[in-house]
Design a binder for this molecule. Structure first.
Ligand code: DGL
Length: 283
């Protein structure tokens, strides 16, 4: 299938909900002249505790919507769970569209850990996926990875349920700490779900400030830039875009409650745009 390879097209970004806003922030920082269309699939979330067929089907619908209705020139899966389930199939279908996925930052964590003990917090679906298991076995054997499926945490973040966020973060941190059995301590934590970056303050408090939390928004943004450059579709004409008032503009859609996404935009985006999220019906 051919892509709409126009340098003026927007970049499509989707997640099961608001978690991908942590990736969108890095994208806007790296590519301030680009336009973005963000879809939160909150009506069909959370993805992380659903079966792969559900996540694959939703990812397919969202990709088709962004491609056919917004003529996106690149697609960012701002969701580890959707990437694990669907990135290979989407790349097989949209062969000339740059498609950027996100995966837990195991390699950078292994490189920077001094204790050699790294915790990975992610959704159950991500941790059980073949893609993640392949990533795990490709790491250097001298580093020990402790895996924690954080059931309920993405949903609590999606609902801004602060009591549940704090309880779940502390429960999972405690369980990971206990798993070290008094051995070398965890000094690096991979946030393998884009929602968890939005709870970084609670997680930092639970882990302590000498433990590093790693998420992958910035590498995804750099990779997106590289692929747009390679495709010749990077938007360079800042003056032109600024004159149209469109530089860095974003459009937001949700299959859930638009007012919840509006609130998340205010809470999580630096320089939020005066945009209102629109309801998207995508059954
Ligand atoms: N934000 C998604 C991820 O990165 C998943 C959250 C969910 O379970 O829906 O994995």
């Amino acid at each position: 299938m051919a892509s709409h390879a126009a340098a003026t097209g927007p970049i499509g970004v989707f997640d099961s909900g608001i978690g991908g806003l942590s990736v969108l922030s890095a994208l806007r920082e790296e590519l301030p002249q680009e336009q973005f269309v963000y879809v939160a699939d909150a009506g069909y979330a959370p993805y992380g505790e659903r079966d792969t067929a559900h996540v694959l089907r939703r990812s397919q619908l969202l990709a088709d919507y962004l491609y056919n209705s917004h003529h996106v020139k690149a697609l960012v899966l701002a969701c580890n769970t959707a990437t694990a389930a669907a990135v290979a199939s989407l790349r097989g279908q949209y062969t000339s569209l740059p498609i950027i996925g996100i995966e837990p930052a195991l390699k950078p964590a292994a490189a920077q850990s001094r204790s050699g003990v790294v915790a990975v917090m992610a959704t159950r679906s991500t941790l059980e996926s073949e893609k993640f298991q392949a990533l795990l076995v490709a790491q250097i054997p001298s580093v020990r990875f402790l895996l924690q499926a954080c059931d309920g945490l993405a949903a609590a973040i999606e609902q801004s349920d602060q009591v549940a966020i704090e309880a779940l973060c502390h429960r999972y941190v405690q369980s990971l700490r206990e798993a070290t059995h008094g051995g070398a301590g965890i000094d690096t934590v991979v946030l393998g779900c884009t929602h968890y970056a939005l709870a970084a303050d609670v997680l930092t408090e639970a882990w302590g400030s000498d433990v590093a939390l790693l998420e992958a928004g910035e590498p995804v943004a750099r990779r997106t830039r590289q692929l747009l450059e390679a495709a010749g579709t990077l938007c360079q004409d800042q003056a032109h875009d600024a004159s149209k008032g469109s530089a860095g503009a974003s459009f937001f859609y949700t299959t859930g409650d638009p007012s919840a996404l509006d609130q998340a935009l205010k809470d999580w985006l630096v320089n939020p745009l005066p945009m209102r999220a629109a309801k998207l019906l995508l059954p």
